[in-house]
Design a protein around this ligand. Structure first.
Ligand code: AMP
Ligand code: MG
Length: 531
């Protein structure tokens, strides 16, 4: 019988196939001509398991007995290793808020190894917050409970919403306190330390390619590109000139798909720096992200970005293209074919626009996108949603309840169905009501062009418009309870967010709009990068 210690099979392709750093000592430094550095997680005082994803555990090959083993908690806080693990941190750079930032790297992430899963795939296990690495720069390599709860809950919620994302296996307390200045006001305080184990087939970012490109280290750049294609894009075949282009095209397509999903569910990443862009097209690095409560394309949850709002909700699609442009620049010395790279970037813009329209058609319950008139309908709706404070999530669920033979000029009728989604009902003056009635009339007419019953449309809309998302204030409540040792809210949110499109009447309170007390409360509306 295998014990937990030798339960998993590792195939550590990244460290075996790519050059590593020769320096064995763990101190902050510039690392050249290497894709990673070996580094051992820092031991912690008192490991305690707080939450687990059973399906992720199963995906990587654990069974339920393993999860109760003390060794499990030790491994996923950094106190022990399983046989076959070769912990390492990756070397990468990136553009932060539009500016080249040089070497960044896994400052507090340590990859434990690549598991060969029961279904013969590869999944990398990565600890976030397990101590300093050569890439920690001036920081401590640690993570606090607050940000770890947010990463754990949100990445799993995104998965169940159907959004490409890294996943989370476990959330553990370390028992080691961590100093943080949450508001950057010089008033630091100790917070509980925590570690999340993230899981993905690859944790490579755009920045992994940018750094060797910036240093004109073409041999390393080529090795990284070829490795990524062979290990993570094997369906493209062996690396060649044409495969390089197909690879970049697929990354662009995946990035586009991911961001369209963000727009669909109302997710704002908050820090779309190129070091936070996954080469797999997955949502990665859950920091000061936020969920749109009242619909506003100009909203950003990240207080560090409050001035320029570079990463605001409505700009995410364009930022995706800007980031892809940086990736194209980085791989150009190896891939060549400048015109083809440019064409792929242009295609991104076209695909994004079309995909956005198709996504909006689906949100509105149209059978398909039918051209410019539909597009006008979408944009007019967005303006209306911004004119008065309207909860995005509730609006689309309520819209699905309207019958297409309703009388749009009857404000009493549509208001009775939609009223839950308005934050300040007094904002609905006569002018607004008239405009909404006009829009609604056109929308109902449009619905009548589709050969679909109200019931069928409701089902379709409820399949793309979630009822439950990880509202910022809900995460904050779970965090405050957890800080007091009560993990039940984390468990409840984890449970209900597994079925975000289902009615789940027993959880109806979690679908309500943000309460007034949360409007300006830190963590409930905006967040700093401190984590
Ligand atoms: P971010 O954009 O927040 O994902 O992080 C930017 C860079 O800072 C990455 O290289 C991170 O690894 C690093 N970083 C963030 N927080 C810490 C920390 N507490 N200790 C060490 N490195 C960190
Ligand atoms: Mg990051």
């Amino acid at each position: 019988m295998p014990s937990l210690k030798n339960k998993l099979t590792f195939d550590n392709r990244f460290v075996e196939q790519l050059p590593g750093d020769f320096e064995p000592l763990n101190y902050a430094r510039q690392v050249h001509h290497a894709a990673y550095s070996f580094v051992t997680p820092t031991s912690v005082a008192k490991p305690q398991l707080v939450a687990l994803s059973y399906d992720v555990a199963q995906l990587v090959g654990f069974d339920s007995d393993d999860l109760n083993d003390e060794l499990f908690t030790d491994v996923f806080t950094g106190n022990s290793l399983l046989d076959g693990m070769t912990p390492f941190s990756m070397c990468y750079g990136g553009h932060q808020f539009g500016h080249w930032a040089g070497q960044l790297g896994d400052g507090r992430a340590i990859n434990l190894g690549e598991v060969v899963t029961p279904n013969h795939g590869h999944q990398t296990l990565q600890l976030k917050g397990a101590g300093m690495t050569p890439y920690s720069r001036t920081a401590d390599g640690l993570a606090v409970l607050r940000s770890s709860v947010r990463e754990f809950l949100c990445s799993e919620a995104m998965f169940h919403l159907g959004v490409p994302t890294t996943r989370a296996l476990s959330l553990c307390l370390t028992g080691t306190p961590v100093m943080r200045d949450m508001f950057y006001d010089g008033r630091g305080a100790y917070e509980a330390g925590a570690v999340v184990c993230r899981v993905s087939s690859s944790f490579m970012r755009f920045g992994n390619f940018q750094l060797p490109a910036n240093r004109q280290d073409e041999p390393l750049l080529r090795q990284l590109i070829d490795h990524c294609i062979t290990a993570d894009y094997p369906h493209l075949g062996a690396p060649s000139e044409s495969v390089y282009l197909q690879w970049f095209r697929e990354i662009a397509q995946r990035t586009c798909d991911m961001i369209i999903h963000w727009q669909r569910v109302g997710f704002v990443h908050g820090v779309m720096n190129t070091d936070n862009m996954s080469i797999m097209g997955e949502t990665i690095d859950y920091g000061p992200y936020g969920w749109v409560d009242d619909f506003d394309v100009n909203w950003t949850p990240n207080t560090t970005d409050a001035q320029g709002k570079r990463y605001r909700f409505g700009a995410q699609g364009e930022i995706g293209q800007w980031n892809l442009f940086q990736l194209a620049n980085a791989i150009y010395p190896i891939v060549g074919q400048a015109e083809s790279l440019e064409e792929i970037l242009r295609d991104y813009a076209d695909s994004y626009q079309l995909a956005w329209r198709q996504m909006m058609a689906a949100k509105l319950g149209l059978l398909s996108y039918q051209g410019d008139d539909d597009n006008v309908l979408f944009h007019e709706l967005e303006l209306l949603l911004m004119t008065v404070e309207t909860d995005m999530t509730i609006f689309y669920r309520q819209l699905a309840t309207l019958n297409k033979d309703g009388d749009a000029s009857d404000c009493g009728w549509w208001l009775s169905r939609l009223s839950d989604c308005y934050y300040r009902i007094e904002q609905l003056d006569d002018d607004y009501k008239q405009q909404f009635s006009l829009w609604l009339a056109r929308y109902l007419l449009r619905l009548n062009n589709d050969n679909r019953s109200d019931e069928q449309r409701t089902i379709a809309m409820n399949g793309v418009n979630p009822k439950y998302v990880l509202r910022n204030y809900l995460a904050q409540q779970a965090i405050e309870a957890a800080d007091n040792g009560d993990f039940s809210e984390i468990a409840t949110l984890q449970t209900l967010l597994q079925f975000p499109y289902d009615e789940q009447p027993e959880f109806a309170d979690y679908a309500k709009k943000r309460p007034e007390w949360a409007r300006h409360k830190a963590g409930c509306s905006t967040l700093s990068c401190s984590s």
